[in-house]
Design a protein around this ligand. Structure first.
Ligand SMILES: NC(=O)C1=CN([C@@H]2O[C@H](COP(=O)(O)OP(=O)(O)OC[C@H]3O[C@@H](n4cnc5c(N)ncnc54)[C@H](OP(=O)(O)O)[C@@H]3O)[C@@H](O)[C@H]2O)[C@@H](O)CC1
Ligand SMILES: Nc1ncnc2c1ncn2[C@@H]1O[C@H](COP(=O)(O)OP(=O)(O)O)[C@@H](O)[C@H]1O
Ligand SMILES: [K+]
Length: 500
């Protein structure tokens, strides 16, 4: 699913109006109906509602929502924040229609007009939408502050009032902090960026049948992976396949004290459909691995505690495997750095790099230039910062993510909520699965195993990254369902992996 910017959303609105065709007012009515259906399903008979409307089309939506809620017999207090003399045409029209069925519309011009909001109330925020052109000031600011102070449940229409949809806010901007945002048809870039978490809450899409052709043709680097899109990426298994069909992966993982990372990555790799798996661990990890992961072959490293790349047993060179996954638990010993230096120039196919492999790249940047093209790097934000530089805001971070993936011709998976997969072509695919239960040691090692298995099976790097991140997050969601987000651990995520 595409993520469009504000100008494109406006043009999409116009395209829908022209080509469907539909009157602007009816499109607004459709949006309001979509919101009200969502609302009624969630809050079938609820405590008092207070709705705050601005004077633009977001406020127009609010007026129409108020009318539809009254028709459904909800108890409603309606407020218009009169911050300017100007009102949009569709606001005016819906204001008039509302006044035909109720006299109970109050106007907020001064702080003293702002009502007290009680804890059992629901607040609907329709003050400012995607037309925000500057930070909220004056009476809008005071109203937003009052809503944020109130102990009520807050639901924003389209986007929290005061939040820019596709560019950074200033740190001292005043923005609604909703529990839910109900937006129209497509997500906004602001929704998937970490620093906006409290200005978005849980967000929900309401389909209002905007022009499909415009959406299909609209150029954007930003995408949001839906379950349907992820499922389309999945390769089917061949009835006449054998284990050779699904590749032979090599994992270079673990060091003394971190053999658990090796076990997690190996088990996840096997649970993700790889044909054969060989794992190279330092000698201290040999018995552990052979016991904990009997399905994997093990080539013990020549070194007792860290990886050096020298194998104790006769075995093929890493380049002969379908792919290599390297990083979880490896540490940054000089011998391991030397291994990386020797290994990288020999590899021609994309590989997976994680954890201390990335930290070694950050400290020895010349290695970045010899990465096999289309390799997958899986930094968490701290690791990515080491690879690049600190950023002032999420938009700067996103730019630097896109630039990095392009420059080194790699796929970069920046992990976190709404994990961002940046491609060498400059696209970014935000993931839709996962939950805070994944914030626990070892889940990143699991992801490395998953991705290594997909590359070994012949998935192209971008598809492997998008699908792997999606399946990993979905497994995290299943694990959270079963164990709860607090009690779940990385092994639960492995157990919950499913590929159907
Ligand atoms: N396709 C869709 O998604 C659909 C969208 N729809 C709805 O339309 C909404 C967008 O409507 P919109 O363009 O009228 O914007 P909205 O934010 O209501 O008001 C802008 C006005 O406020 C003003 N203004 C801006 N910032 C300000 C500030 N800080 N302080 C004071 N004033 C400020 C600005 O003034 P100006 O910048 O011109 O000075 C302008 O007059 C969208 O969010 C959704 O709810 C649906 O109805 C149909 C389908
Ligand atoms: N709040 C969250 N929401 C969704 N996914 C999360 C969240 N926190 C962590 N994750 C996921 O968990 C994994 C953590 O990886 P990482 O930080 O490398 O852990 P480790 O190094 O302990 O294995 C990533 O895939 C990340 O996207
Ligand atoms: K709003």
């Amino acid at each position: 699913m595409k993520i469009l910017n504000v100008d494109q959303i406006r043009a999409l609105d116009q395209a829908t109006i022209q080509h469907e065709p539909i009157a602007p007012l009816n499109l607004m009515e459709r949006a309001a109906q979509g919101f009200v259906e969502w609302f009624a399903a969630r809050y079938p008979n609820t405590s008092p509602i207070k709705i705050f409307c601005g004077l633009g089309n977001n406020g127009g939506d609010g007026m129409a929502i108020a009318r539809l809620l009254l028709e459904r017999h909800y108890t409603l207090d309606i407020y218009v924040v009169r911050y300017a003399p100007r009102e949009s045409d569709d606001f005016m029209h819906n204001h008039r229609r509302l006044k035909l069925i109720t006299e109970q519309v109050s106007y907020i011009e001064l702080s003293t007009d702002i009502p007290a909001i009680r804890h059992n109330e629901i607040v609907i925020d329709a003050i400012l939408g995607s037309g925000l052109s500057r930070p909220a000031e004056g009476i809008i600011r005071s109203t937003i502050e009052a809503i944020n102070r109130a102990p009520a449940t807050v639901i924003s229409v389209d986007i929290a009032s005061g939040l820019f949809a596709d560019k950074p806010n200033r740190p001292d901007d005043v923005i609604i902090e909703p529990d839910h945002t109900v937006t129209f048809q497509l997500p906004k870039l602001a929704f998937v960026l970490p620093r906006n978490g409290r200005y978005v809450g849980e967000w929900h899409l309401v389909n209002i049948q905007l022009n499909k052709r415009y959406i299909d043709l609209a150029p954007t680097p930003y995408y949001y992976t839906t379950p349907h899109e992820a499922r389309l990426l999945l390769h089917k298994r061949d009835r006449f396949s054998h284990k050779g069909t699904y590749g032979h992966a090599l994992l270079l993982v673990g060091s003394y004290g971190k053999i658990g990372a090796a076990v997690l990555a190996s088990r996840a790799c096997l649970r993700s459909g790889v044909g054969l798996l060989t794992v190279q661990v330092p000698r201290c990890g040999y018995s552990v691995l052979q016991t904990a992961v009997p399905e994997a072959m093990c080539r013990p490293d020549g070194h007792q505690y860290v990886l050096t790349g020298q194998s104790e047993v006769e075995s093929p060179a890493p380049a002969e495997y379908s792919t290599v996954g390297i990083g979880p638990g490896i540490g940054k010993a000089p011998e391991t750095l030397a291994m990386l230096r020797e290994l990288l120039p020999t590899l021609k196919k994309p590989i997976v790099l994680d954890a201390d492999a990335l930290n070694l790249l950050a400290e020895h940047r010349e290695l970045l230039d010899i990465l096999p093209h289309n390799s997958i790097l899986t930094p968490h934000p701290k690791e990515f910062e080491r690879l690049t530089q600190p950023w002032a805001d999420d938009y700067e971070k996103l730019n630097s993510l896109q630039a990095f993936a392009k420059r080194y011709r790699v796929v970069v998976i920046l992990k976190g909520a709404f994990t961002a997969v940046a491609t060498p072509d400059g696209e970014v695919h935000f993931n839709s699965t996962g939950n805070p239960g994944l914030s626990t040691g070892g889940t990143g090692d699991v992801l490395t195993g998953v991705l290594t298995a997909l590359l070994a099976q012949g998935y192209d790097s971008v598809e492997a990254a998008v699908l792997g991140v999606f399946a990993h997050g979905l497994a995290g969601d299943r694990a959270a369902d079963q164990r709860g987000p607090i009690g779940m651990v990385a092994s639960d995520v492995i157990d919950a992996l499913r590929w159907d």
